[in-house]
Design a protein around this ligand. Structure first.
Ligand code: SF4
Length: 300
């Protein structure tokens, strides 16, 4: 019988705005800052700017909070992670999303136009990217297919350590994280559980050239912001549709591991992204200063 997710951890996360689908699992929803701002007609997320995803209709969720890495920059708490949990059927997970999103946004109802609130409560996009490694959820391919059948676009963000799952997933856009230009840096920054993780990430990267995809790099000042030629060579081999180079943000539990000085400035992110682009044969497509992110695209 699996042990239930750690209760103190669950309570702490609930205070931070996580809404759990069920007490037996760590599948959760948490509207991001941009979703809440956009609902009130304010600023939107860079995903709306870059890819046309409407921020106020986007659900940020995860099917599990478990992970097989311990990235220094992760905003999740490692101490509260459950070792086992009950996995919800993908149909139940999908059915819970509008209910939880509506519940999470309820406090804004009196501040926005009724039509706008109704739109927010009826999401059109699912970002499988909240925290945890989603490929550890055994029903992920089916869950993504169900979303597509329900006319929801999906972004899957994975650390790439389970390429056999990535291979079976058909999201609208697949992100694989690439947070180091070499194995030694990867081991020190991402701290994977699997001794073969670097090779496995390479296998996931090799899947990106044949689908709509993005390589995501979280740049941490002084830890992995070196060797842009190394990143560029890996990107050129993988040939993703896009590359997002994003500055580390000093948020959540990462504040226990890193300092504010590990946040690169937007200028630093931009300069590094330009170097990666030059080595990979990509060009800068757009940037968002508030999120310290630069997106690159292939030169046709
Ligand atoms: S892979 Fe993602 S969820 Fe896992 S530790 Fe790294 S940043 Fe956190």
């Amino acid at each position: 019988m699996p042990s239930p997710p750690c209760e103190p951890g669950r309570a702490a996360l609930a205070r931070q705005g996580y809404l759990f689908v069920d007490r037996s699992s760590t599948a959760a929803v948490k509207p991001c800052l941009w979703c809440r701002r956009a609902l009130g007609g304010g600023e939107t997320c860079y995903k709306q700017q870059f890819y046309g995803i409407e921020s106020h209709r986007c659900v940020q969720m995860t099917p599990t909070l478990r992970c097989n890495q311990r990235c220094l920059f992760c905003w999740r708490s490692f101490e509260h992670e459950p070792r086992e949990e009950v996995e919800l059927p993908p149909e139940a997970l999908l059915a819970a999303l509008p209910r939880l999103q509506k519940q999470a946004l309820a406090g804004y109802k009196v501040h926005v136009a009724p039509e706008r609130f109704d739109e927010g409560a009826a999401p059109r996009h699912v970002a499988v990217s909240l925290a945890g490694e989603p490929t550890l959820y055994s029903h992920l391919p089916r869950f993504l297919d169900l979303c597509t059948e329900a006319d929801l676009t999906t972004f899957l963000v994975t650390n790439g350590t389970r390429p056999w799952v990535v291979r079976d997933c058909r999201p609208f856009q697949t992100y694989v994280s690439l947070d180091a230009p070499d194995e030694a840096t990867y081991r020190s920054v991402c701290r994977p559980a699997d001794p073969n993780a670097w090779e496995l990430v390479a296998e996931s990267l090799a899947l990106l050239g044949t689908r709509r995809s993005a390589v995501r790099t979280t740049l941490v000042a002084g830890l992995n912001d070196h060797d842009p030629a190394g990143y560029g060579a890996l990107v050129a081999d993988a040939a993703p549709t896009f590359v997002e180079v994003k500055g580390y943000m000093h948020l959540g539990y990462s504040r226990k591991r890193l300092t504010a000085a590990h946040m690169p400035s937007h200028e630093r992110v931009r300069a590094f992204a330009e170097q990666v682009a030059r080595h990979a044969g990509y060009r800068v497509r757009d940037e968002n200063i508030a999120s310290r992110v630069v997106v690159l695209e292939q030169i046709e």
